[in-house]
Ligand binder design. Structure first.
Ligand code: COA
Length: 376
């Protein structure tokens, strides 16, 4: 009977499966990937090492890392067929929609099904990792009427993305801040987009479809889209002097303030201190303290009034702004990182699959007879 069932709206608090990929510990505001604290990974590793870890369960040794890097770098070109498609995208399309379509296109090149062999899926995951940045940067340049810049195989994952977007690589502290942001965005247990990819995987569908669905889920402003929304908000506020009044009014109007709150973390997001430090370094490097100053005001007010803490999107939005990226590229950059987590969960779901099919309580009209059209 529907009225007697306990309903978990938003699957709030529901544990649906086990995972060995990452562990979120809200009680200590901490997060581990494969057993390593995310801030330690950010301090000691490159994004490529973390990607290897997420896919394979262990950090690579030098030889394994060299082979992984070679394989990723060799796969960066997207091919003339996809380039032709990207050139035909409507110029006003959001880059999250274009990257979703480009990833879907990649799946047209082969007839794939889920979980045939882990080896085949790992090859596809590596292809996604290598090609997604090229798809994003190519679309960005084409949309702006600029000449496409081909990927370079002598550059790191992060350096190459800057190169493909802007034709140059910024100083190493900027590249490092970007690399750290990718590490922090790479994986986060059963968040909405990862759960989406696992639902698709559980039907034994393919990794391209699962990733496409993950991208669609990540686009929403309650999830990945928040990093873009944060920057729009900071620009709307304009100066630190106006921040407090803006926040007062937003809370009075029951407005959701982007970059604050989290379904799991209630006393602070494990990833924020590391990204905040990157934002401080970037602000110093750029000689621009405005965004940090606005954020400090917003954060103080939100904490004192509602005790709601900032999430990762709060410092990453202005960090990407200071790096020179256009705002609508922030969530696609999140895709570049999160494709690693999605793929690892795809492998895990396939390795021990059970179709994900929850129940619902019916809340519509009671059963009734159909009256023939002539009598209606
Ligand atoms: N701004 C203002 N109020 C917020 C808020 C925010 N960002 N986040 C939560 N709240 C409020 C809720 O409205 C709710 O108020 P109520 O009790 O008066 O109804 C209260 O805080 C508790 O919210 P909670 O149920 O714990 O949040 P949730 O788990 O449903 O939502 C998010 C989590 C992420 C969806 C939500 O915090 C949000 O929309 N944040 C903004 C978007 C964002 O930054 N997303 C990125 C997440 S990593």
């Amino acid at each position: 009977m529907a009225e007697e069932q306990k309903i978990y709206r938003g699957l709030d608090g529901v544990v649906v499966d086990t995972t060995a990929v990452s562990k979120v510990m809200p009680e200590t505001n901490s997060l581990t990937y494969r057993g390593y604290a995310v801030q330690d990974l950010a301090a000691h590793c490159t994004f490529e090492e973390v990607a290897y870890l997420i896919y394979n369960g262990e950090l690579p040794n030098k030889k394994e890392l060299a082979a992984f890097r070679r394989a990723e770098r060799a796969r960066r070109e997207i091919g003339a067929d996809l380039l032709a498609v990207i050139k035909r995208y409507p110029k006003r399309a959001h880059p999250m929609d274009t990257i979703r379509t480009s990833v879907s296109f990649l799946g047209l090149r082969e007839v794939a099904w889920g979980g045939e062999t882990l080896e085949a899926d790992k090859r596809r995951a590596l292809d996604l990792l290598a090609k997604i940045p090229t798809m994003i940067a190519t679309d960005y340049r084409v949309r702006k009427g600029l000449r496409r810049i081909a990927p370079r195989s002598d550059l790191s994952f992060s350096e190459n993305f800057f190169h493909m977007c802007f034709g140059k690589v910024p100083p190493k502290e900027v590249v490092r801040a970007f690399d750290i942001s990718l590490i922090l965005y790479a994986e986060h247990s059963f968040n909405a987009s990862t759960f989406t990819t696992r639902v698709v995987a559980s039907t034994r569908s393919d990794i391209y479809g699962a990733t496409t669905a993950g991208i669609a889920s990540l686009k929403g402003p309650l999830h990945g889209g928040a990093n873009e929304a944060v920057m729009h908000m900071l620009r709307e506020i304009g100066t630190a002097k106006k921040a407090r009044a803006w926040m007062e009014q937003a809370l009075r109007n029951k407005r959701l303030v982007m970059g604050f709150g989290h379904r799991v973390y209630k006393t602070g997001d494990s990833r924020v201190p590391t990204m905040r430090k990157c934002l401080e370094d970037l602000s110093r490097w750029a000689g621009e303290n405005r965004w940090l100053a606005i954020e400090d005001e917003l954060q103080d007010y939100m904490l004192s009034e509602k005790n709601i803490h900032p999430n990762l999107d709060f410092p990453s939005g202005p960090a990407y702004y200071l790096m020179g990226f256009e705002i609508d590229l922030y969530t696609p950059i999140f895709v570049m990182a999160r494709t690693t987590g999605w793929s690892a969960h795809y492998f895990e779901q396939n390795a021990d699959n059970r179709l994900i099919r929850p129940l619902s309580a019916y809340g519509g009209v009671a059963q009734r007879p159909v009256v023939a059209l002539a009598s209606r």
